[in-house]
Ligand binder design. Sequence first.
Ligand code: ATR
Length: 278
Amino acid sequence: MTRRACVIGWPVEHSRSPVIHRYWLNEYGIDGAYEKEAVKPANLGRFLEELSGHGYVGANVTLPHKEAALGAAGAADAAALAIGAANTLWLDEKGALHASNTDAYGFVTNLDAEAPQWNDGVGLAMVLGAGGAARAILYGLLAAGVPRILLANRTKAKAEALARVFGPQIEVIDWDERAAKLSACGLLINSTSLGMTGQPPLDIDISALPGSAIVADIVYAPLLTPLLVESAKRGNAVVDGLGMLLHQAVPGFERWFGVRPHVTPALRAHVVATLGET
Ligand code: ATR
């Protein structure tokens, strides 16, 4: 029988997940399907209760449902609980709904793949932004052993709330201090939406950043954000946001379809080719 999964969002049209999962279904010759499901927030609980009735073995969850999906699941992994949000769901053989968050895994696995030296004694990292993406990244960096993280956000109270979740390894700094504090950082991460097509660029003077530092952006449209272009020009290793998106999809696909898929240059090229479409 055809195994089916979906991405649930509101709106959902922009989601790249179908492109990734359908590529793998085709690549591995699997009898499976991956759909988009536009579900209003008020209907999410009922939709998840009836996930199997809708014909699905599992789902990805995107905005604005990630927190509610965690609440709806009967079981959750450590990452989902710490991040307070789920992006991957599956039904076990008894029909119980399980929740996972693979964003931290995707972010760190992409760093491992694109800048394998990133964790060789990175003493201090700086994360810009304090939304859901930042929360997943903080969890991932701490789990990977990064000892200290500077966290800057326009709205400082949101950064302080994240620091309370993750503890004393997170040091909140003022948004205006971001440039000056770069001199001791081995890793700089933009987790804000700045630099995305249609948004202003991230406004930061990176002249104090060490040349050996790695710069990562979660924005993937454009692939090379103004931050990454400027960083690459001065010789910093740069990691774009597309890889996180590709790697976060791996655990869900394996769970639903029984094959652990590979993130390859061909998959990347395939997804890049669709980026201009919406
Ligand atoms: P996500 O969950 O995808 O991370 P989000 O919760 O909307 O998205 O967070 C977006 C991040 O981009 C936030 O850190 C936001 O800062 P605020 O918390 O102050 O809103 C940041 N951001 C968006 N526009 C910004 C701007 N013009 N200047 C500085 N930060 C900005």
